[in-house]
Design a protein around this ligand. Structure first.
Ligand code: AMP
Ligand code: ZN
Length: 291
């Protein structure tokens, strides 16, 4: 099976979306989300693009340009969320303000902020689903990181589709590239000559994920598939109750939880911003609470 057929199979087998639904594809400008949008459009799904402009200088300018070119090529609508305009400052500034008081890594902070924005904006735009470009390598890394951190149950909401569909304020996230190795996606994006920024985010310098990626790159793709396959089997046996996705640490940073674990897994609403959260105050507001 080629990449396209494999992705189609994931979308169909896991019922990630149907043709009546409005799917917002979270476009970073990178190869994964670009290929996700390209294939969903090719399969005939009703997609629109959503880009968060982090205002991080030249890198952000290149990403914005790539996303605009892609949406033009695919003839889809593009929604842009300008962090500087909406939140008052660039991601670099927000991060340093937070880091002056909390010892958190770059990717951990950026990940929490991006997820909060995505859910809120997707709901505002009345999207049925948010599609992200997470691939097999990302997912296998996240599972291993959670195991190394001693909290494999953090992966219990992982899979090609989030399982927190029960909450009306939570927009389900789908990952059509869940079973596709990163290298195959890169090759495909080049073959299709898609507008992609191949350089990594300049701020992803201190990530624990980088260490795990290096270690995992010594493994064949078959082992990565085994990791996510076993994770899915294991997770069926662990608690699957709805959870706030922002409580899951996708960033790959060890620890860094701003506050303690909740007593239960029920989704509540953050008492500050009203977004779904397992705790009284969501991770985003916890970060933004600067003294
Ligand atoms: P990352 O955590 O940066 O590897 O990104 C994972 C996924 O989140 C990407 O494949 C995109 O779907 C989405 N994403 C990341 N950055 C952005 C962004 N600036 N704007 C919109 N979506 C993004
Ligand atoms: Zn909040």
């Amino acid at each position: 099976m080629n990449l396209q057929q494999k992705v189609k199979q994931t979308v169909q087998n896991y019922k990630l979306c149907n043709k009546k639904e409005r799917v917002l594809v979270a476009l970073s400008g990178g190869k994964d989300s670009t290929v996700t949008a390209y294939l969903l459009k090719k399969f005939g799904y009703n997609i629109e693009g959503f880009h968060i402009d982090l205002s991080m200088g030249k890198y952000s300018e290149k990403c914005l340009k790539a996303v605009q070119d892609l949406c033009k090529q695919l003839e889809i609508k593009l929604h842009i969320y300008d962090v500087k305009k909406e939140m008052g400052n660039s991601m670099c500034y927000l991060r340093s303000a937070i880091q002056s008081q909390k010892s958190l890594k770059n990717c951990a902070i950026c990940g929490v902020i991006k997820k909060w924005i995505m859910n809120k904006e997707a709901r505002k735009l009345k999207a049925d689903k948010i599609a992200t470009g997470h691939n097999l390598d990302d997912e296998a890394q996240t599972f291993l990181i959670n195991v190394f951190k001693g909290s494999p149950d953090l992966s219990s909401n992982s899979g090609p589709i989030t399982r927190n569909v029960g909450d009306k304020k939570f927009v389900s996230r789908i990952k059509p590239l869940f079973y596709i190795p990163e290298d195959d996606i890169k090759e495909y994006s080049k073959k299709m000559k898609l507008p992609v920024v191949y350089e990594k985010c300049p701020c992803a310098i201190d990530s624990y994920r980088i260490q795990v990626r290096k270690f995992m790159n010594t493994m064949p793709d078959k082992n990565k598939l085994n990791i996510v396959g076993n994770m899915e089997k294991l997770m069926k046996k662990i608690d699957r109750s709805p959870r706030d996705d922002s409580s899951k640490d996708d960033s790959g940073e060890p620890s860094g939880e701003p506050s303690g674990e909740p007593k239960d897994n029920e989704i509540n609403y953050c008492e500050i911003c009203g977004e779904p959260s397992r705790k009284k105050v969501c991770k985003m507001c916890e970060l933004m609470k600067l003294k």
